[in-house]
Design a protein around this ligand. Structure first.
Ligand code: ACO
Length: 430
């Protein structure tokens, strides 16, 4: 980061000068940290679209050009050459691991897959129809209770145990997710296997039956690994900013990622992958090829889920990669999904339509991710949970950045628009 002179603001006839800071990729920001003290003014930025809430070394996005890089590496390269655990290491520790570092990380993650037996009681405490995101958020916070030395809310101590707690969360989020699925179907829980790699182990935890060991087709492992990689981090999105917000108050990693899961759940964020499949199914059931739905979206009567993004005003590079992966996995498994045809038609129609062009609305990561997940047998109500498993490294890396860095609690201001002061009146009338 460098500093450049300067931005001038004139308020009520008086001129104030603020430094301009410049990021690695030439992103420029006016540093207004002293503004309120000097001028008595704050800035107003509903939804934070123009606000840099932090400095971060983890992920770079250029939304105009459709660029996504983690620690300097292009997402296209990572998607082609890396694996989820290797990318998780890069995101969390800043450098690609050596072979021995990767092996050690794999072993650490692999060795942490089991859950304390008492966890069964937590699962039993939920109604069978509980939404898996509600269960996941609660379980991740509960997990911290089993490791008080890692969840002390004493930053130095929590950081001392960081390597352990990071590996543990990456591992156990997958075990909890699979157990939630099994619980919702009334199926017995599976124990993790030491001989299986990350993704295969997850699929085993999900789908092995006592009488039928699940054998993972290579196409499924590849598609799921890719899905997880493409969700691993995405700078200051709603859930990651939530994790940072919670972390800034000094909360431990478990509590912070648990809050991240809740933030991710919403349909405008991680819940969009579920909403996309519902939309495609509704379109299919109504006999529409997507044209009527596009018109409804233009008339403001519907929202084309999986389209549009706060940052990308171009194609989300992850959507391109997942669109191709959807075709590959359906081909490899010999499946045909009419929803893919509808998605393709919607995409082509929207990309040519003035409404979407003017608003720079392009497919985002969620547009094709549901089709990939559906093809590999993940039930729809688990889609956002899959996103959470993928996003765990990003949340962990962002927690670490906050815990190691700034000591300031995140605390935005507001502009109060409620009633001015008025005298208290005793309740009156009936
Ligand atoms: N379908 C139709 N119109 C849309 C869509 C859409 N998906 N997205 C935005 N618009 C329109 C809005 O109606 C608005 O039109 P107007 O200017 O005529 O009022 C204009 O485009 C700008 O929209 P905003 O909502 O202001 O854009 P914002 O940056 O706040 O929202 C968001 C981004 C939430 C992602 C939005 O595009 C959306 O709701 N998309 C669908 C949900 C989705 O796919 N979410 C996943 C995002 S990626 C992720 O979190 C992993």
């Amino acid at each position: 980061m460098s500093r450049e002179p300067t931005a001038k603001i004139i308020l009520e006839g008086k001129e104030y000068t603020y430094p301009v800071i410049v990021g690695t990729e030439n992103e420029r920001a006016i540093d207004i940290r002293k503004m309120r003290g000097e001028t008595g003014h704050i800035t107003y930025d509903d939804g934070y679209g123009n606000t840099g809430s932090c400095l971060s070394d983890i992920t770079y996005i250029d939304g105009e050009q459709g660029i996504l890089r983690h620690r300097g590496y292009a997402i296209e390269d990572l998607a082609e050459k890396s694996t989820f655990l290797c990318l998780a290491y890069l995101i969390i520790y800043g450098e690609l691991p050596t072979r021995s570092q990767l092996e050690a990380f794999r072993n650490k993650v692999g060795g942490a897959a089991g859950l304390h037996e008492d966890f069964r009681h937590h699962f039993q405490g939920f109604p069978q129809k509980a939404h898996p995101m509600a269960v996941l958020s609660s379980m991740l916070n509960s997990l911290g209770c089993y490791y008080p030395e890692m969840s002390s809310n004493n930053r130095e101590q929590d950081l001392e145990h960081f390597d352990e707690s990071a590996a543990l969360l990456i591992s156990k989020v997958r075990t909890i997710a699979a157990a939630t699925y099994r619980m919702s179907r009334g199926l017995p829980f599976n124990f993790p296997r030491k001989d299986l790699r990350y993704v295969q182990n997850f699929l085993h935890l999900m789908f092995t039956e006592p009488y039928d060991e699940y054998e993972t087709p290579a196409a499924v492992t590849e598609a799921l690994d890719l899905f997880l990689m493409l969700h691993a981090d995405h700078e200051q999105n709603c859930s990651t900013s939530t994790v940072r917000m919670v972390a800034s108050g000094g909360a431990n990693l478990f509590a912070s990622v648990s809050a991240g899961v809740s933030a991710l759940w919403g349909p405008l964020h991680g819940g969009a992958n579920t909403a996309v499949i519902k939309m495609l199914e509704d379109i299919h059931a109504s006999g529409d090829d997507g044209s009527r739905f596009i018109q409804a979206a233009k008339d403001g009567k519907a929202r084309l889920m999986g389209f549009g993004h706060r940052v990308y005003k171009n194609y989300d590079p992850r959507a391109k990669i997942l669109g191709q992966a959807a075709e590959r996995v359906l081909d490899a498994l010999g499946l045909q999904d009419p929803l893919l045809d509808i998605a393709r038609h919607l995409e082509q129609a929207a990309l040519k339509d003035a409404y979407f062009i003017e608003r720079k609305l392009y497919p985002n990561v969620d547009f094709y991710s549901g089709i990939v997940l559906k093809a590999i047998g993940i039930p729809v109500n688990m889609f956002t949970v899959m996103f959470a498993i993928g996003r765990m490294p990003g949340w962990i890396a962002n927690w670490k950045e906050v815990a190691e860095g700034s000591k300031r609690i995140y605390r935005p201001r507001q502009i109060y628009t409620g009633p001015a002061q008025r005298p208290y009146a005793e309740p009156r009338g009936k």
